[in-house]
Design a protein around this ligand. Structure first.
Ligand code: ADP
Ligand code: MG
Length: 156
């Protein structure tokens, strides 16, 4: 299967959060088992995106923390939502060693910040890269590796 890709420029944190909510709604609906891999520099908007994404699962944005002391946060939603932040990981991160494989599964949607630090990727993956274009602008590229989610229809 061929990957599909969409590219979006957001002009405020609210727009990025709203984009996260749109993608989150799709994955809550039919993304159980999926992993969303976010990459991009500090301040690119990964956590802002996750706040919107989690809101689609019914999690209040304030419950999603960017303080990266919490490596793995688990929410008892259906499907279950797991938020992983690898900011504090030194060097390449191994899903096994971090215990992340224990979370990834058919009943779970897993969203991972700093996924560029992973040494391996799960199979069912959306990769999202965020880049700072100006103080308020972010270029966000969403790649559906297996073209499973038909995001074109969602995010345009
Ligand atoms: P990361 O998790 O990638 O390190 P955060 O989401 O914690 O980044 O922070 C992004 C910062 O950039 C926030 O302070 C936010 O207000 C600011 N910002 C400015 N413009 C945008 C935008 N278009 N999208 C997302 N965040 C933005
Ligand atoms: Mg963050």
């Amino acid at each position: 299967m061929v990957a599909s890709e969409i590219r979006i420029i957001t002009k405020s944190p609210e727009e990025t959060e709203a984009l996260g909510a749109r993608i989150g709604a799709v994955l809550r609906e039919r993304g159980a088992g999926a992993t969303v891999c976010l990459s991009g520099d500090l301040g690119a908007g990964k956590t802002v995106f996750v706040k919107g994404f989690a809101a689609a699962f019914g999690i209040p944005p304030r419950d999603v923390c960017s303080a990266s002391f919490v490596l793995i946060a688990e929410y008892e939603t259906v499907p279950r939502l797991v938020h992983v932040d690898l900011y504090r990981i030194e060097g390449a991160a191994d899903l096994d060693e971090l215990g992340i494989w224990e979370y990834i599964g058919p009943d779970t949607v897993t969203i991972i910040e700093w996924a560029e630090r992973l040494s391996e990727r799960p199979d069912d993956v959306l990769t999202i890269s965020l880049a700072i274009r100006s103080e308020q602008e972010r270029e966000i590229i969403i790649r559906d590796e297996t073209n499973r989610y038909h995001l074109q229809a969602t995010a345009s």
